[in-house]
Design a protein around this ligand. Structure first.
Ligand code: GLA
Length: 384
């Protein structure tokens, strides 16, 4: 994350003075996909790639925002009807609105920002952007009165209310709560969390980016969520205590099989199994059993591909290559519909896996995948 670049652009673009600089990371997720909005467990960690923003109040009631990467400049007011058209600016606008709704007296400011989380790669570039501004506005205009969980919820509500994605809490949580060297197991129902130092001796975590971005990812994502809610509504009629798929087991789902579509059944089946897999992986990690961790990752990929149907040809291909190369664990990461696989690879297999994945992917799809080594890093913070 390049602070100097952001600072020099801020100085150049505005009145020559400086403000304060804030940063928030993207995230990986070892296991637990599409479980967050089902009240289940997730197991993310923040990464060393994220967003950096310089911010300074400007004494007006308007935000002047410059996206360094897109070379795009937007001005907007802070009332509900002032929503900007540019999608990148809607994230900042949404965060301002959500902070205002929580009693923070947000005023106009100048800001310039840039990022190095690849967009649309399933590493939560948007959560990084939201957390950066939520954290910063809380310090600048809110005297730090909003707690960290609420800052994560500001980002999530921004997605829901201003960007059309009914996401869970995982990405924003990881971006705010990240800690260098640790993954975080979060119970998305109780919001209890636990840091797990993650330093698998003899293994590496690496992301292989298919560079596929699906246009309709947000509507497909919302549709998955609806399937889960449909299944829950039916199960609830027989088991009134059930609030989320987290509260269900396969025999409860079986009872309503004829009352829901085959598609909704498959979606719910995947989620119920995936929630259990997170717990299994945590148990395995406690005893250093990386073979089991890896096996569960492959199971997740299979479920995301065949039951939840959020994989794609390129990601299935990368998963197959990993398997053929003897990689310990591999699966599509994040919401799906494109983006990366996350791979747990033995040190001695790393080079051959990467060159194999690059060569065979390029031979099949005519372009090279990107490769990112995972460095588990700290969450939202003030830099300068
Ligand atoms: C996206 C969402 C998260 C989560 C994942 C899938 O990243 O923003 O809330 O649902 O997909 O696990």
């Amino acid at each position: 994350m390049d602070i100097e670049n952001v600072r020099s652009r801020f100085i150049k673009h505005f009145d020559g003075t400086t403000g304060h600089v804030y940063a928030s990371p993207g995230r990986i997720n070892l296991i637990g996909e599409h479980t967050d909005y089902n009240g289940g467990f997730v197991f993310p960690g923040a990464i060393d790639k994220g967003m950096v923003a310089e911010i300074k109040p400007n004494g007006t009631d308007k935000v002047h925002a410059y996206s360094i990467d897109l070379k795009d400049y937007v001005e907007f007011g802070l009332n509900e009807e002032d929503a900007p058209r540019a999608s990148w600016a809607r994230y900042i606008f949404g965060v301002c609105r959500e902070m205002i709704k929580r009693g923070v007296d947000v005023k106009g400011f100048n800001t310039a920002f840039a990022g190095d989380v690849p967009l649309g790669a399933g590493m939560s570039s948007s959560a990084a952007l939201e957390s950066t501004y939520a954290f910063a506005l809380n310090e600048i205009f809110g005297e730090g009165k909003i707690d960290k969980f609420e800052l994560a919820k500001v980002g999530q509500s921004t997605e829901h209310n201003y960007c059309g994605v009914k996401c869970g809490i995982m990405d924003q949580f990881a971006s705010v709560f990240g800690k260098a060297g640790s993954l975080i197991r979060l119970d998305c129902r109780s919001l209890e969390y636990q840091y797990f130092p993650f330093n698998p001796i003899g293994y590496r975590l690496v992301l292989v980016d298919s560079v596929v971005k699906h246009e309709l990812a947000s509507s497909a994502y919302n549709k998955r969520r609806e399937s889960c809610e449909t299944a829950v509504a039916k199960i609830q009629k027989r088991h009134p205590h059930v609030e989320f798929l987290r509260d269900c087991n396969m025999s409860m789902l079986e009872e309503v099989k004829t009352e829901i579509s085959a598609e909704d059944y498959m979606r719910a089946e995947y989620v119920i199994e995936e929630i259990q897999r997170v717990l299994d992986v945590c148990d395995a990690l406690e005893i250093g059993d990386y073979e089991t961790v890896g096996k569960k990752m492959y199971e997740t990929h299979h479920g995301m591909s065949k039951l939840y149907e959020v994989s794609c040809e390129e990601l299935d291909f990368l998963n197959d290559v990993a398997k053929e190369c003897g990689v310990t664990g591999s699966r599509v990461m994040g919401g799906g519909f494109g983006g990366c696989t996350i791979n747990l690879v033995k040190d001695e297999l790393y080079d051959s896996f990467i060159s194999n994945a690059k060569d065979s992917f390029t031979a099949k799809f005519g372009r090279s995948p990107k490769v990112y080594d995972v460095v588990i890093s700290d969450g939202a913070r003030k830099l300068v």
